[in-house]
Design a protein around this ligand. Sequence first.
Ligand code: TYD
Length: 253
Amino acid sequence: MARRKKVYEGKAKILYEGPEPGTFVQYFKDDATAFNAQKKDIIDGKGVLNNRLSEFFMTGLAQIGVPTHFLKRLNMREQLIRQVEIIPLEVIVRNYAAGTMSERLGLEEGTQLPRPIVEFCLKDDNLGDPLVSEEHIIAFGWAAQQDLDDMIALALRVNDFLSGCMMAVGIRLVDFKIEIGRVWEGDFQRLIVADEISPDSCRLWDIETGEKLDKDVFRRDLGDLADAYTEVARRLGVLPSNVTHATKPTLIN
Ligand code: TYD
């Protein structure tokens, strides 16, 4: 088979040209990064878990009428996706205070917010993805007012869906980030959920114990990240039957 053309390589994923125009193959790596890639490691099996989890969430969203870029999973680490024009904003939805919101506003982590709050950060690693206001977004032309309204509506629908999925398996969805892309259908554009939805970009706490089951395990050195993601996948019933996170051979007595 001819070697595929790499279109883009990010911190956790690689995009290759897809088999048909308008498609990409999205490959999930095992690389974990935090604090703008100042902290890095390879977590065996993370890519396999995130490929499955993102498939699970994107498929569920499509079933409730939320459009996404996901077309189909191809193998353990790859999925076929629609090519989109990524809007250069990280869209964050928060249900409880944590992370930078806690720092900025002096709120104790875990404080329930009066309602879900949507925030936007500019996707720019050199600047450390700064928080931006709707005024900035419109003035600098990163998105139009109509896009903003659509993005907020989309993000809140994703929040309701993800919160419900997680609540059903005893997990609190504290916050998450999504990326949104534009697709063109004739002269009309539509916004759809793109990138990935996985514990890399969510805060997930066990409802009973408060145990963290997301990338904070890596950011804050709280234990084994793959174990945490495996637990999320296991509870949701999406663990691939033939894979554990261990990829090294182990001796069997
Ligand atoms: P936030 O608390 O703002 O930042 P940090 O993760 O650095 O403490 O993040 C809110 C949520 O959004 C959290 O679940 C992580 C996620 N997120 C990303 O996945 N990538 C990003 O670039 C940003 C800004 C947030």
